[in-house]
Write a protein that binds this ligand. Structure first.
Ligand code: ATP
Ligand code: MG
Length: 485
């Protein structure tokens, strides 16, 4: 173990927020050892802005709770941790960990339960990458380096402690972490890792809880280097483990959305990670919608059911929280609303809570070459730049244009079918009452689609479960937008 002067590593207390110093000082005052460890130290050394600071101590979580009282909450099962609130920030305080006493592992060697406190040396050995193992004591101005981690930082190399295969088997999420750090820091992955990082190894991610994988996926989306990590997810065959039914291909839409996400993060704008899920799953959603449309399901219901199906499939890999799922379905539903709004809906639509996300999504589609947006992305962009009077003018122009288009569309049903990726609401008015909807269904409201479904209609009569399912109707209500409907 080497003890380095913090200043030599480019570290000083002036770079640290008061919250982490408060936590370290309080623990020291109570007689415990406490260090800053992990990403915070690593990022500061690299001249990056750390997203947070993690503390580690020889105090057990219960003792940390004694020190901080009501400012502290103990969380976690697999890893018991203390969350300490300091000012408006939350600091994660971990206790030095020893190797698990009783091996509580799964059949594939994955550690399931792990609350065995130990020494700093043992704690070090449990960490993943060497660059994440520097222990910084800011008040003493020292850094403890147990494995020449500083030279890995300098060489910009991602090296796992111990045997890479065993470390991935213990916790397959480390594979995702490897790609995340390599992309975020622009580091090389150690050849010893590359040797064993194969398709068979990535299969182990199947054993990881889809909740944990969701959290990791969020970190991938929000680290600011999504564009860089996406091809790596494909190259290392991790894409397939994370995204159900999403073809491992970076389409222009996905690429553009990833760049856009990274840019927003760079300029300090907030991002909603669910937005990128909406992008990734968009194609699956369209295909599934089409599947239902071809069965003669009315468009709104086809979309609602497709949304449910796609998200349900995705939940087998990453469990997207309910609020985020709702967001995704609303963004998708907004696409239909924005594509062909009724003139009297335009103002309300522009004020809708989901307008911004829906519009961004539409514009990204359009700018990435999706002609099915019919130029409406630009139209809405222009609309938003106008004052109230100008808005009235463009709405009336739009109304006239729309009437013309409608006449043209009636004349040329075939062309309409080709150009409408999503059934525009105005061209196929949706029945208002359930009775109407059923009647419309029975009388095959979408004749062209039924023609092309080559007899599938026979499997899909009015008594098909999807037409009876009450739950779908309730869920639809969540997606539906009040005044704009
Ligand atoms: P960032 O916070 O920038 O994403 P980080 O390295 O701080 O990166 P955290 O998830 O905050 O990552 O974890 C803090 C530290 O805990 C890591 O630096 C590492 O030392 C250790 N650690 C986290 N996850 C694992 C893991 N799965 N296996 C081993 N050690 C881990
Ligand atoms: Mg961290």
């Amino acid at each position: 173990m080497q003890t380095l002067r913090a200043s030599k590593c480019g570290l000083s207390t002036t770079q640290l927020p008061a919250s982490i110093l408060d936590v370290i000082d309080s623990l020291n005052k109570a007689g415990y050892e406490a260090y800053i460890v992990g990403g915070g130290v690593r990022d500061l050394m690299l001249g990056l802005n750390p997203k947070d600071f993690d503390a580690v101590t020889n105090a057990t979580p219960a003792q940390v709770k004694e020190v901080f009282g009501r400012r502290c909450r103990i969380i976690g099962r697999r890893f018991e941790l203390a969350h300490v609130y300091s000012g408006r920030e939350l600091i994660e305080v971990a206790t030095f960990r020893a190797p698990p006493k009783k091996a509580v592992t799964s059949a594939s060697g994955m550690i399931l339960r792990d609350n065995n406190w130990g020494t700093i040396e043992q704690d070090f050995a449990r960490r993943d990458f060497s660059i994440n193992t520097l222990y910084y004591q800011p008040r003493k101005g020292i850094v403890l380096d147990f494995c020449d981690a500083v030279s890995d930082v300098k060489k910009r190399t991602l090296r796992l402690l111990g045997d890479p295969a065993q470390r991935f088997e213990e916790d397959p999420v480390r594979m995702l972490r490897a790609l995340r750090f390599a992309a975020k820091l622009n580091f090389d992955i150690d050849p010893e890792i590359l040797k064993i990082f194969d398709v068979e190894m990535t299969q182990l991610l199947r054993d990881v809880s889809p909740h944990r994988l969701y959290d990791e996926s969020q970190k991938l989306f929000t680290m600011g280097h999504l564009s860089r990590v996406l091809p790596m997810l494909i190259e290392f065959d991790i894409w397939r483990q994370l995204f159900a039914d999403v073809k491992a291909e970076i389409t222009p839409f996905i690429e553009r959305a990833a760049k856009n996400t990274d840019q927003r993060i760079q300029i300090g704008k907030t991002i909603n990670p669910a937005f990128f899920y909406a992008v990734l799953l968009w194609r699956s959603f369209l295909e599934r919608s089409d599947f239902y449309l071809q069965k003669g399901i009315v468009p709104a219901e086809a979309r609602a059911q497709a949304g449910l199906d796609v998200l349900k499939r995705q939940a087998t890999r990453t469990v997207i929280p309910r609020f985020a799922e709702t967001f995704i379905r609303e963004v998708w539903e907004m696409q239909t609303r924005l594509l062909n709004p009724k003139p009297q809906q335009i103002e309300a639509l522009a004020g809708h809570a989901r307008f911004r996300a829906g519009f961004d999504f539409l514009l990204l589609r359009e700018k990435s070459g999706d002609s099915s947006t019919q130029g409406m992305g630009e139209w809405w962009e222009h609309y938003q730049s106008l004052n109230a009077d100008q808005k009235e003018v463009v709405i009336s122009q739009y109304n006239r244009q729309r009437a013309k288009t409608r006449r043209k569309v009636q004349q040329d049903a075939v062309e309409q079918k080709e150009s409408a990726e999503i059934e525009p609401l105005v061209d196929v008015p949706e029945p208002r009452s359930r009775r109407d909807r059923k009647t419309q269904n029975r009388s095959s409201s979408a004749p062209q689609r039924n023609d092309s479904s080559q007899g599938s209609e026979s499997h899909f009569g009015a008594d098909h479960p999807i037409l009876k399912r009450k739950r779908v109707k309730r869920d639809l209500a969540q997606v539906v937008f009040g005044p704009t409907q």
